[in-house]
Design a protein around this ligand. Structure first.
Ligand code: HAM
Length: 427
């Protein structure tokens, strides 16, 4: 039987890993400059955590969770990172030690969705959460950080969709107004939306089904029914964004699929690159009630998560070269021992070294040096051993020289440093 990986769950092979690592490093560097610190929580949490925080009626909870029973516990592979982070924040009493907390995380999430380009069953998110500041300046700074990050990645064509859901009262009030608008057209709605009309009417706004889109034409705007405090929060957020020169689009139809949001809601949509239909590169919002609902103090929170696979699809092709490496070709046992020593010396200088100890011909070793895109090949044969030298072949310049064995590592490192435009030590 040919065993294959799980549908919708991808391998990332070494040939692609460079882009992933550069994306992850860029994310870490951006958020750490904003004073976020990394948190790592388990991939598995009690199912109850997601049901309570994301909401029983959300698609994720209703049909997309990987849940299982083990040792009497009902557990779920995390479909997102916010709930687990909030659970850890409460469990470790972080609020008492650090009233304003900024956390970030990077890792795989699991949703049993129908796989297609940009939509997977295991996918990677990079996310941030801030606990302890209810004010709109934090919301604005977070959105601005995201927009700067997209620019840095070279993803130019993005739009920040921005909305406010207000507090729970607003949601109920608006839900009623929306139902009043949709009820007369109920028969024209998709089956999902017919059900949502009673369970979670706001989600009808989010549907892409043309029948639902048509029915939502002319629906009242949630922004029109915000109460005074929610309205002031939203207006202040817009003013801060204007002050920062951060572009955004007010989109009263933006709902998003998680039920924990209050007030600020945003989603970053891309249009360029290789994205296709899955154009939500990331999204987030305020969830001022979650920490308290999970048994913690009354701590307002806001956060977002980005989908790394989608960012990679949207990013321009990467011209970043592989770090230079040295291929060492020893001929015979004694030379192999010498090659292992030289490789160790090179690595201590920060130079990546690859010893081909399989004992093949010089030709086959040079072929391998080419295949791994080595910048330099080092030949150690019987003649070199007798003379106490090594032969250094600069594969890019098609030049070669003999160097005393004792000086070989330094000579090679100097050669590589001179060849690199930045002159920095390879990593
Ligand atoms: P979300 O909108 O469900 O929010 O997911 C955030 C991002 O993860 C999406 O915009 C998308 O880029 C990516 N994503 C989601 N599902 C998939 C999938 N099946 N395949 C590939 N990428 C996917 C959240 O998860 C919230 N926890 C965000 C948040 C943090 N809100 C507050 N704090």
């Amino acid at each position: 039987m040919n065993l294959r990986g799980v549908k919708g769950m991808n391998d990332v092979l070494p040939g692609e890993i460079g882009r992933w690592q550069r994306l992850e490093a860029a994310f870490r560097s951006t958020v750490e400059l904003h004073r976020y610190r990394e948190v790592r929580t388990p991939l598995v949490e009690p199912t109850e955590l997601f049901v309570r925080s994301i909401g029983e009626e959300a698609d994720i909870v209703r049909k997309e969770m990987y849940s299982f029973d083990q040792h009497g516990d009902n557990l779920t592979l995390r479909p997102e990172g916010t709930a687990g982070a909030a659970r850890a924040y409460v469990e470790h009493g972080v609020a008492a030690r650090e009233p304003l907390t900024r956390w970030y995380y990077l890792g795989p999430m699991f949703r049993a969705e129908r796989p297609q380009k940009g939509r997977y069953r295991q996918f990677w998110q990079a996310g941030c959460e801030v606990y302890g500041d209810p004010g709109p300046a934090t919301d604005a700074e977070m959105i601005d950080m995201l927009v700067s990050f997209f620019r840095e990645l070279g993803i130019a064509s993005v739009t920040v969709h921005l909305n406010s859901l207000g507090g729970p009262d607003t949601r109920v009030r608006y839900g009623a107004a929306l139902v009043a608008h949709l009820e007369p057209q109920k028969d024209a709605l998709s089956d999902d939306s017919k059900r949502r009309l009673t369970t979670n009417p706001l989600r009808v706004l989010d549907s892409k089904d043309p029948r639902d889109v048509a029915a939502c034409e002319g629906a009242p705007s949630i922004l029109a029914v915000l109460d005074e405090a929610d309205r002031a929060h939203f207006d202040a957020l817009c003013r801060y964004l204007d002050r920062l020169g951060t572009p955004y689009l007010v989109d009263p139809r933006l709902v998003r699929g998680l039920d924990y949001y209050t007030r600020t809601l945003f989603e970053i949509r891309g249009s360029g690159g290789d994205l296709g239909a899955q154009n939500a590169l990331g999204g987030g919002g305020r969830y001022d009630r979650m920490v308290r609902e999970l048994g913690g103090p009354d701590v307002p929170s806001i956060g977002f998560a980005l989908g790394l696979e989608r960012l990679l699809l949207a990013m321009p092709p990467d011209a970043a070269p592989e770090p230079p490496c040295v291929a060492i070709a020893p001929m015979g046992d004694v030379a192999t021992g010498e090659a292992l020593l030289l490789a160790r010396e090179l690595r201590r200088l920060g130079v990546a070294a690859d010893v081909d100890a399989r004992g093949g011909s010089l030709k086959s070793m040079l072929r391998r040096a080419n295949a791994i895109a080595a910048r330099v090949a080092v030949v150690i044969g019987a003649g070199e051993l007798t003379r106490g030298t090594v032969q250094i072949k600069d594969l890019a310049q098609h030049a070669q020289l003999d160097a005393p064995r004792a000086e070989a590592a330094d000579t090679i490192a100097r050669l590589l440093a001179a060849a690199e435009p930045t002159g920095s030590a390879p990593t």
